[in-house]
Design a protein around this ligand. Structure first.
Ligand SMILES: Cc1cc2nc3c(=O)[nH]c(=O)nc-3n(C[C@H](O)[C@H](O)[C@H](O)COP(=O)(O)OP(=O)(O)OC[C@H]3O[C@@H](n4cnc5c(N)ncnc54)[C@H](O)[C@@H]3O)c2cc1C
Length: 466
């Protein structure tokens, strides 16, 4: 397009999910001429498919709901402790410190948030999960609305596969054989959940169960950002990170939770957790069990009374569907506990002991071992008995990615920022440990670091006419 002394744009943003739209919006607000390039036929990526929950502390919505004492400090302490400090503290600190301002910005640009949709989305008791009105689609719609009319050039259906690099500085992109020059470039291409090769290499837990795995994010999230950053020595931060949801493998329906009334046992025939625990913790705990899987056990009375609820939709867990799954061989059934144990290759006597103890606690209304709420303790008493094989196999998002600093600058092999290159959102790494801190932390990451990347990239524009 232009010779090397000139730029076509001040800022090029690659990918238009929550991170990319936030970066583009902030850069444009700071006066930059912005090009937004998106591989898919429409904006939004996985952000548009998401629940739209944003994890933040010290927000106006919290105060309106009477939560007046929550702070970024408290959020940081919780986030780091939950993951035994095995993440990048400076990035998490920025995420926590900026979560409040980023939330207020989202509200300001028109994303709806109501007190009804403010909830404790982590394993703490503080209501920090702010669900956007209209979920992820609503969040993206508001971001789209805000960036339109700002003079941002948006190109859809165009996948960027190469950075333009001169003397170690990123000067733009090459797409479909054409170079487009910019003072700064921001990579916001999302995760790599749709790329089996990359999953096997960088997130082996998400490849362990073979064909059972499936990805619920956008099909264009192929990990391109990692390849682009690698072109200039970009590093990959923390392998084997992301969020896997457990599944009985009945069908490719997204059921984030199992019914809380099942009794879960590992291959040794022992319970190991409160079955109602948050999904963010369950997959990590399952990792510690023999075979990294478990079985959800229940009896005929439970099957007959099982139904899906509006609060936690579980279409596969109705009496009729469960019967269909037995017929299809995806749910194991046996007339006695002993036969069930044999089918599961589990020590029969121990499974019998576990069930006996569980039933006694169900009758007394008190789970002395794992402290499951009394209302979810349902005896396993009358045959036939059932066992669903549970594995962490639904890939929600990936948390391994490009190494950045707190200014969203991509760090090169020498740990110095690569001139002209920024990254934000799911394409980056360092913010996630083995336990997902809370629903909303991924969108939080995308918006917080998208805004930082956009603001810093805008600062790189050259003065005067280009
Ligand atoms: C069903 C579901 C529910 C979820 N719910 C929540 C939730 O409630 N709260 C939460 O915090 N997290 C949630 N997550 C995770 C969260 O949505 C994502 O981590 C987050 O939205 C990622 O934002 P992003 O902008 O980094 O990436 P994305 O939103 O995925 O955007 C990346 C964009 O880059 C584009 N792209 C990729 N490669 C290229 C290329 N080479 N050239 C040009 N464009 C490219 C993609 O097409 C895509 O549009 C959920 C995820 C899913 C799948």
């Amino acid at each position: 397009m232009s010779d090397s002394a000139m730029t076509d744009y001040d800022v090029i943003v690659i990918g238009s999910g929550a991170a990319g739209l936030s970066a583009a919006a902030v850069a444009a607000d700071d006066g930059a001429r912005v090009l937004l390039v998106e591989a898919a036929g429409r904006t939004g990526g996985s952000s548009a498919l998401s629940g739209g929950v944003f994890y933040a502390a010290g927000t106006s919505l919290q105060r309106e709901a009477g939560i007046v004492d929550d702070t970024a400090d408290a959020m940081f302490h919780y986030y780091m402790t939950l993951n035994q400090y095995k993440l990048e503290p400076s990035l998490v600190r920025t995420l926590c410190d900026q979560s409040g301002p980023a939330f207020e910005w989202l509200r300001h640009i028109g994303v709806g948030f109501t007190q009804d949709n403010l909830y404790a989305s982590g394993v703490d008791k503080i209501r920090r999960g702010h669900r956007a009105t209209g979920d992820g689609a609503g969040l993206v719609e508001a971001l789209d609305g805000y960036v339109s009319g700002k003079g941002i050039d948006t190109v859809l259906g165009t996948r960027v596969d190469t950075l333009l690099v001169e003397d170690g500085r990123v000067c733009g992109i090459v797409t479909e054989g054409q170079a487009v020059r910019s003072a700064a470039t921001v990579i916001t291409t999302g995760g790599f959940g749709a790329n089996p090769e990359m999953l096997a290499r960088l997130y082996p837990d998400a490849a362990r169960h073979g064909d059972l795995h499936w990805y619920i994010g956008a099909p264009t999230c192929l990990g391109d950002g990692l390849g682009l950053a690698a072109q200039v020595g970009g590093q990959v931060s923390q392998t084997n990170r992301g969020l896997l949801l457990i599944t009985p493998g009945f069908a490719r329906d997204l059921e984030s939770y199992l019914p809380g009334w099942v009794m879960m046992v590992n291959r040794d025939g022992r319970r190991f957790i409160d079955e109602t625990i948050e999904y963010s913790v369950l997959a990590a705990v399952l990792d510690e069990q023999p075979g990294q899987d478990c079985f959800a056990i229940f009896d005929e009375d439970a099957r007959l009374s099982s139904k899906t609820t509006q609060y936690r939709p579980a279409p596969n867990w109705t009496a009729e569907r469960l019967r269909d799954h037995v017929d299809a061989g995806t749910l194991t059934s046996a007339p006695t506990v002993e036969e069930l144990a044999h089918k599961l290759q589990m020590p029969p006597a121990r499974l019998a002991t576990t069930i006996e103890r569980y039933n006694a606690m169900a009758h007394s209304g008190s789970d002395l071992d794992y402290f499951k709420p009394a209302g979810m303790l349902r005896p396993v008493a009358r045959g036939p008995f059932y066992a669903a094989h549970i594995r962490p196999a639904i890939i929600c998002w990936t948390g391994t990615g490009v190494r950045i600093d707190t200014e969203a600058r991509v760090l090169g092999a020498d740990d110095r920022p690569v001139p002209g290159l920024y990254a934000a959102g799911e394409t980056t790494g360092g913010m996630f440990g083995q336990c997902y801190a809370a629903g909303g932390a991924s969108i939080g990451n995308a918006v917080v670091f998208g805004r930082i990347a956009g603001a810093n990239a805008a600062q790189e524009r050259k003065p005067g006419p280009n």
